[in-house]
Design a protein around this ligand. Structure first.
Ligand SMILES: C[S@@+](CC[C@H](N)C(=O)[O-])C[C@H]1O[C@@H](n2cnc3c(N)ncnc32)[C@H](O)[C@@H]1O
Length: 323
């Protein structure tokens, strides 16, 4: 990595400087995408019912575990687990501690593309929004995750990644046009920033977690978008101090509890520019929230729920047009 500028203790890195080699990355991306599609189809015909997003499947794990886990313990077993690349992430409650290895073995035996099974033993926590995991099977938590033709390399233990947002990311990416300047604070390993850059927009991505920045640099290279993204390793809260330009679009995958960031970042949005703002709310809070955004000088052009995060609490996205 070459540092091409600093903002106080914040470093701006141009990904071009990180580019090593080149090759036919586009071609690789397409091949992998086709492979992923094939394997998804195989899974679907294998009794796996797809949910609304691409990487979360409702599996027949309970069916698989019949005869292994006693029936009185079965209600503790969730059918759901997340897949990030070739890593499966399950949350096994203590009641099923004795069956962790059996569960991992069943997942691997029925899913040819899973290499590692992790048990999530804590909730997402801290600034980095990462959980603690124990490895039930396999030896690596590094993986390649494929999403709508893009590839993200990451270590599940080091960075936040939520494959269930793939549809939402595609929705946002489809709105980006090549002439735009786009800001992505809290960018993680790049699932919003990389597609925006691939649309031809000029993107500035901000991320605090050094590991996520390292993976982002890799993903920029893998996806061949090095000409269009600049990465700032630093605190997005300082965005207005470190950037002296305005943006056509700001995509804010807001970490929990940082809703006040909207006021801050709205100073960086051009008139008629758009903010895609993500927030965790209960249904009854939405009406007031719409009014609050209007009072802040935004037109709420669209909003929707995009996933549950806790009982009664959902992740919502608001598309806000600056007046
Ligand atoms: C909710 S995750 C979203 C990650 C990514 N956009 C995605 O969809 O996968 C939030 C990300 O923001 C980063 N983060 C948290 N606080 C930050 C801050 N103050 N400044 C910059 N990045 C921050 C975390 O490290 C994490 O990668």
């Amino acid at each position: 990595m070459t540092i091409v500028g600093t903002y106080g203790n914040i470093q701006s890195i141009h990904p071009e400087a990180m580019l090593a080699g080149g090759g036919s990355l586009r071609c690789l991306t397409m091949q992998l995408h086709r492979k992923q599609k094939k394997s998804s189809n195989r899974l679907l015909s294998n009794n796996c019912k797809r949910e609304d997003e691409h990487t979360l499947f409702r599996m027949t794990l309970r069916c698989q575990m019949k005869g292994i886990i006693p029936s009185h313990l079965m209600p503790h077993l969730s059918n759901r687990f997340e897949i990030i690349g070739d890593v499966a992430v399950v949350s096994i409650p203590h009641e099923l501690d004795d069956y962790r290895d059996d569960i991992a073995r069943e997942i691997i035996s029925k899913r040819g593309n899973i290499r590692t099974v992790l048990n999530k033993v804590s909730k997402l926590a801290g600034d980095k929004r990462i959980a603690e995991f124990e490895i039930l099977s396999g030896d690596s938590t590094e993986t390649f995750h494929r999403e709508y033709g893009y590839i993200y390399k990451l270590d599940v233990k080091e960075v936040f990644f939520n494959g269930r947002l793939s549809f939402e990311r595609r929705r946002v990416a489809s709105m980006v046009s090549p002439s735009e300047h786009v800001l992505v604070p809290f960018c993680g390993v790049g699932p919003f920033a990389v597609p925006a850059a691939a649309s031809g927009a000029r993107v500035i991505a901000i991320e605090k977690n050094a590991d996520a920045c390292r993976w982002l640099a890799e993903n920029i290279r893998i996806n061949g978008v090095n000409d269009n993204i600049s990465v700032i390793k630093g605190d997005a809260v300082n965005s207005t101090k470190m950037l002296n330009c305005t943006f056509d679009r700001v995509i804010v995958p807001t970490p929990y509890g940082m809703d006040s960031f909207l006021k801050n970042v709205s100073l960086l949005v051009k008139k008629s520019g758009m903010v895609h703002f993500y927030t965790f709310k209960k249904q009854y809070q939405i009406e007031d929230l719409v009014k609050e955004y209007q009072n802040m000088g935004f037109e709420v052009s669209f909003y929707r729920r995009c996933g549950n995060v806790a009982p009664g609490v959902s992740r919502w996205v608001f598309d806000l047009v600056k007046q």
